[in-house]
Design a protein around this ligand. Structure first.
Ligand SMILES: Cc1cc2nc3c(=O)[nH]c(=O)nc-3n(C[C@H](O)[C@H](O)[C@H](O)COP(=O)(O)OP(=O)(O)OC[C@H]3O[C@@H](n4cnc5c(N)ncnc54)[C@H](O)[C@@H]3O)c2cc1C
Length: 421
């Protein structure tokens, strides 16, 4: 079968590419086909933290993320051994936390409503680019496409087929969902419980239990999200997190540990050890909960992002190496890939030469480079005194650097995604 644009993977990267194409090049909408191996709502291991840049991109697409069940954290703590800096954003939440099954399903429905065809339950097996077309082999039918977008995530087949020998930079990540205290391990003491947790009702149930796409979720309890970089001193180049979340309307906590693997040659404890330590501080026993792991393919300046007729977006191109944040990044890549594809059809030129250069020059690419540099510094200087300096002593400087170089790229990319090349 022939199709002009085949997008492999219906996560934020693939769906954002399609939605931006439909918005900026509407004549291409009926020529897009998304192939998604799962059926929505499909599980996706992810803490679901949406930063402001994700919300800006969705807003620009005319989408209201308030429709997705969520919990808003009014502050984010970046700590080293429980103390550090605290970020609030005036008059809005600091972090919105969604569940990925619900968020991606919602986004897919929005794409469908805008005339984009999504075939669920189709697994792509092989991708072979030729001069005039690309063959996409699936477990069902085979396709010939003029352009293919690899949006199939960190373990995607597209990268494996196109760059089988390219170096891989992957972070390892573990995640656990727990009920709030008051359930499960509630009999344990909690001497270090933060104020936010301590003041929550013993067994709160979110008011809105509707997972439908039209409802406005009203789970707005005062909550905080925590990142603690204490594992860095043990050669784990990352942090432990603890976010508020909701599952089917019930308030939960999402815990996890992220390790860029930058210190993989050093002696390190097992990944779950620091996570277990952090959870124990709040009275949770890690062993009592299901623990899940998944890699994140990280951005590095040497990552390749295209060959003629094939482009990569999202984790397949490279997520944020500093925090492993990838939802907003995937949405951002989608905007840039759509611009490339629109221009390719306009000029009938499909080499995608310079796609990576244009990504790196864009506000998204600048933020990725900044995060890559900061990750090299923060995780290489793993001594306690340095971490204390960054997260506790140099607070204003750290916040300023984050504000200028790391966040707010979504607003800055606005002009470029609408403009022709
Ligand atoms: C434990 C964990 C916690 C995280 N927490 C956060 C967080 O709090 N905030 C944040 O911003 N990011 C977080 N991330 C990163 C984030 O999940 C990813 O960066 C993001 O999902 C990337 O989106 P994507 O569209 O590139 O890929 P994905 O979301 O992985 O989507 C890829 C899609 O492709 C489909 N697919 C794969 N292979 C095939 C195939 N062969 N054929 C057809 N379809 C295929 C998959 O089913 C999937 O739907 C986390 C990641 C992990 C592992």
């Amino acid at each position: 079968m022939e199709r002009d644009i085949i997008i492999i993977g219906g996560g934020p990267g693939g769906l954002s590419t399609a939605l931006h194409l439909a918005r900026n090049f509407p004549e291409l909408t009926p020529r897009i086909l998304i192939l998604e191996k799962a059926l929505y709502p499909r599980p996706k291991l992810c803490a679901g933290g949406l930063v402001i840049d994700a919300e800006i991109i969705l807003q620009r697409l005319g989408l209201d993320v308030d429709e997705v069940p969520h919990v808003d954290a009014d502050q984010i703590h970046f700590d080293f051994e429980t103390k550090g800096l605290n970020i609030r954003v005036p008059k809005r939440h600091a972090l919105r936390v969604i569940r990925r099954d619900e968020f991606d399903h919602w986004l897919a429905k929005k794409a469908g409503a805008r005339g984009i065809e999504i075939r669920e339950g189709v697994t792509v097996k092989n991708i072979i680019p030729y001069q005039d077309y690309v063959t996409v082999e699936t477990d069902q039918v085979d396709f010939q496409a003029r352009v293919v977008v690899g949006g199939d995530g960190s373990n995607g087949v597209t990268r494996r087929c196109i760059f089988p020998k390219a170096p891989i930079h992957t972070a390892r990540v573990l995640e656990i969902l727990t009920p709030l205290r008051g359930r499960g391990d509630s009999n344990q003491s909690n001497p270090l419980a933060p104020k936010e947790i301590a003041t929550l009702p013993a067994s709160p149930v979110a008011r809105n239990t509707c997972a439908g796409t039209q409802c406005r979720c009203d789970i707005r309890q005062k909550e905080a999200a925590y990142f603690d970089f204490f594992p860095v001193t043990t050669n784990i180049a990352g942090y432990v997190w603890d976010f508020p979340t909701q599952v089917n309307g019930e308030m939960m906590r999402c815990w996890g540990i992220y390790d860029t693997n930058m210190l993989a040659n050093e002696k390190r404890p097992q990944l779950k050890e620091p996570l277990s330590k952090e959870m124990a501080r709040f009275g949770y026993e890690l062993e009592k909960y299901e623990i899940k792991g998944h890699p994140i393919r990280c951005f590095s300046p040497e990552n390749q992002m295209s060959v003629p007729r094939v482009l990569f977006v999202g984790d397949a191109a490279g997520a944020d190496p500093l925090l492993g944040e990838g939802i907003s990044i995937a949405l951002g890549y989608g905007a840039l890939a759509a611009r490339e594809i629109g221009e390719a059809f306009r000029y009938n030129e499909f080499s995608f030469n310079g796609y990576k250069r244009r990504v790196l020059r864009n506000a998204l690419g600048q933020a990725l480079i900044a995060r890559w540099i900061v990750a090299q510094i923060v995780y290489s200087f793993k001594w306690k005194w340095f971490q204390i300096l960054v997260w506790r002593i140099m607070k204003p400087m750290t916040v300023l650097i984050a504000w200028i170089f790391i966040l707010n790229w979504g607003r800055r990319m606005q002009g470029t995604v609408n403009r022709a090349l």
